[in-house]
Design a protein around this ligand. Structure first.
Ligand code: APR
Length: 184
């Protein structure tokens, strides 16, 4: 499914984020930046050891990456030139500022893309796997973060892609996107 927010193309697709041909892909990392399972594991496997080395260098400089924040590395063996690593919140029932931290993870990733003149970017569905954030609420936060970023910086991005791993997740994002399109 495709749509536009201003002049920025928004694409929802089912697939593997490591195969996306965007300039940057976003990793659903953890605060240690040492890799893990899910998207994190897939990206580190596809990018190769250079990614891990760059993450170690960031750790040496600033420690890990706090929840809601983002850091950027090269893409190693990936097609994408950059990987933006962001840490989404672990769901604890919604009473520990999880929605705002998830919004920050998306907006800080978008800010980093802009700072690095990146114009095409692919996101996974951050926090909706191991971190158990409910997908429908997460999709609303994700799309709102992109929409509000594009309203603020209309010329910053050509394309933002959400790469969903399952057809169910894709369907939820599509239903959510329809809400955004039909409300304005
Ligand atoms: N491409 C796109 N999406 C994927 C891929 C992939 N190759 N692999 C998994 N996903 C999907 C999952 O199905 C889920 O919908 O990404 C979403 C996020 O799931 P996780 O990767 O588990 O990320 P998250 O919920 O943010 O948990 C992060 O898991 O892997 C560890 O180190 C990571 O500790 C961190 C935690």
């Amino acid at each position: 499914m495709q749509a536009t927010f201003g002049r920025t193309k928004l694409v929802l697709v089912q697939g593997d984020i490591t195969e996306q041909k965007t300039e940057a892909i976003v990793n659903a990392a953890n605060s240690s930046l040492l890799g893990g399972g899910g998207v994190d594991g897939a990206i580190h496997r596809a990018a190769g050891p250079k990614l891990h080395e760059e993450c170690l260098a960031i750790r040496a400089k600033q420690g890990g990456c706090p929840t809601g924040q983002a850091v950027i590395t090269g893409g190693g063996n990936l097609v994408a030139k950059y990987v933006i690593h962001t840490v989404g919140p672990i769901w604890h029932g919604g009473t520990q500022n999880e929605p705002d931290l998830l919004y920050q993870a998306y907006s800080n990733s978008l800010n980093l893309a802009q700072e690095n003149q990146i114009r095409t970017l692919a996101f996974p569905s951050i926090s909706t796997g191991a971190y158990r954030f409910p997908i429908r609420e997460a999709a609303t936060i994700a799309l709102r973060a992109v929409k509000e970023f594009v309203e603020k910086y209309p010329d910053a991005l050509d394309e933002v892609r959400f790469v969903l791993f399952s057809s169910n997740d894709l369907q939820v994002y599509e239903q959510t996107l329809h809400k955004f399109i039909n409300t304005n």
